[in-house]
Design a protein around this ligand. Sequence first.
Ligand SMILES: [Zn+2]
Length: 72
Amino acid sequence: MNRRQRRTRRLEATPGAQVRAFADAYRCPDCTADTELINPSPSVYVLNVRHDTTCPAYGAMCATPDHRRTTP
Ligand SMILES: [Zn+2]
């Protein structure tokens, strides 16, 4: 079993592990955003991303109407 297989097995074994792995790996492409993963109930996860005030990706999200927003 190689490293990738062990990692995949570990992620599949723990509920929410894939979500935590995504949150840990998330990086804004344009700034050094801080992230915080919240787990308010057993199957609900919220990833708060706090972009720098000068972040162009965040500026673009704010300039786009709500129904067209995407996470960078
Ligand atoms: Zn950003």
